[in-house]
Design a protein around this ligand. Structure first.
Ligand SMILES: [Zn+2]
Length: 215
């Protein structure tokens, strides 16, 4: 990293969030709209941290019913069985399908949890103006962005499971109430990652180097 590299904000430049056009702004406080696509211009995502915290909080709240409520309701010859995500994992593990157990555990328990933890850590580090290893923190952010879509694997597994079991006449399977909470957690966490502006990680370092707030 070369600390003498100027940032776009220092040069009075702004990139449009929608069409990525680079624009010279005379008044950074009120940059107006993009001359090409008409989107509102911001040098940083507006209220990034506040939005991320609100979405993280919502995801944590929904994470609880997603794990406590049943995700599948199976009935075999009139006997109903309700399974949560974890009891499903245990069931597949005990019946020898440890590959399915591993996929469900990684996609539905580990990944959403790890992603929330990473987002909380990144937000805290920006909130407390950390200057510790910005490059690694940026890499961590990219990881949360790329891994998010895989959490939906569980919803696909559930869909396939329901379709497969429906083919048999003896057993029926339905998606339980946890499914909707789980899907909400995944989507909200994706929005939280999208709302986080990784440039905030670097702003603190630029300000430290210049000895004054940049921008
Ligand atoms: Zn634009």
């Amino acid at each position: 990293m070369n600390p003498r590299t100027a940032t776009a904000r220092q040069l009075g430049l702004m990139s449009c969030h929608d069409c990525r056009l680079l624009i010279e702004t005379r008044n950074p406080q009120a940059p107006g709209r993009c001359p090409r696509c008409g989107a509102h211009l911001h040098s940083r995502k507006p209220n990034s941290l506040t939005r991320v915290w609100a979405l993280i909080l919502a995801a944590i709240i929904l994470y609880i019913p997603a794990n406590i409520l049943p995700i599948t309701i199976t009935s075999t010859l009139g006997v109903k069985q309700k399974d949560t995500i974890l009891s499903g994992v245990i069931f597949f593990f005990q019946t020898g399908s440890w590959e399915i157990a591993a996929v469900i555990f990684i996609a539905s328990v580990f990944v959403p949890f790890a992603k929330l933890m990473i987002l909380i850590y990144l937000s805290l580090s920006v909130q407390f103006r950390s200057t510790w290893r910005p490059k690694d923190r940026t890499a961590l952010y990219r990881l949360t962005e790329s891994v998010g879509r895989w959490s939906m694997v569980d919803i696909y597994v559930l869909t396939i499971l329901v379709a497969l079991v429906k083919l048999g006449a003896i057993a029926t399977i339905e998606a339980g109430p946890a499914a909707i909470y789980f899907a909400s957690v995944v989507v909200i966490t994706m929005f939280a990652a999208e709302s986080f502006d990784p440039r905030l990680i670097w702003d603190v370092i630029e300000e430290d180097y210049d000895g004054q707030p940049s921008g």
